[in-house]
Design a protein around this ligand. Structure first.
Ligand code: 13P
Length: 253
């Protein structure tokens, strides 16, 4: 299972070393088997990389929160996918709803980013999800659209070695997570839909994470479902004290 902590626009340089050392020690002590990754703000990737480099056999990888659609040039304030190669980044989040909403990222931009991530041999985590609580059929229609643009722009094999994070926007940061059965149903729909497009693709090979108000209290309800393969955690990933209990409970499944 894949457990990722997305720090979003949070964290301070002085806390990074302590966070990674403490988290790694706990993962070692409890012999954690799951795949653990942290997505710090871009400006802290360097510090995180250096800290992890100095931890022997670190169990934690790095995820980037975003890239630009350009590789270099006059694009003030941006980060290129190539720059991330310097920091041993494994996963790159693409199309998080917060970027779609606050930075006007439309499906075309998201597709370009997804393409660049794949082309540069990183693993994309494509975020999809509906904005309001809806009937499940409507939510599926919405997600289908978000997936279709990727398939159209990047080809029908796009989701090999890729990850999808289903994050219903209404569940993010609200304290009201989605119903695990509802999420399981959506994940099953996504897996089926993609394996119909790419017939050689085994639907069980596609990792789909759930994200939206995941905590120590509800994590097992999600991960015990057949089609939920991981979680993308926001708020509760900011402190080892709230993130490690989630990791430990995930590992017990
Ligand atoms: P919260 O866990 O804070 O709801 O955030 C989820 C999320 O957006 C992770 O990318």
């Amino acid at each position: 299972m894949l457990i990722i902590g997305n720090w979003k626009l949070n964290g301070r340089k002085e806390n990074i070393k302590n966070f990674f050392v403490k988290l790694n020690n706990l993962c070692e002590r409890f012999n954690i088997k799951n795949d653990i990754s942290i997505s710090p703000p871009t400006i802290y990737l360097n510090k995180s990389y250096n800290v992890l480099k100095n931890i022997n056999n670190s169990r934690i990888s790095l995820t980037a929160q975003n890239i630009d659609i350009n590789l270099s040039g006059p694009f003030t304030g941006e980060t290129s996918v190539e720059m991330l190669k310097d920091f041993n980044v494994k996963y790159i989040i693409v199309g998080h709803s917060e970027r779609r909403i606050h930075h006007n990222e439309n499906n075309e931009i998201v597709s370009k980013k997804f393409y660049l991530v794949k082309k540069n041999n990183f693993i994309p985590i494509l975020c999809v999800g509906e904005s309001k609580r809806k009937k499940i059929e409507e939510a599926k229609k919405n997600i289908k659209k978000q997936i279709d643009v990727i398939l159209k722009y990047c080809g029908k094999y796009s989701f090999r070695n890729s990850i999808i994070a289903y994050e219903p926007i209404w569940a993010i940061g609200s304290g009201f997570s989605a119903d695990p059965d509802y999420v399981n149903d959506i994940h099953f729909f996504i897996k089926n839909y993609i394996s119909k497009e790419d017939i050689f693709f085994k639907k069980n090979n596609l990792i789909i994470q759930y994200g939206g108000s995941v905590s120590e209290k509800n994590v097992q309800d999600f991960l015990s479902k057949k089609y939920i393969d991981g979680i993308l955690v926001g708020g509760c990933s900011l402190l080892v004290e709230t993130f490690f209990p989630i990791i430990k409970k995930s590992d017990a499944i």
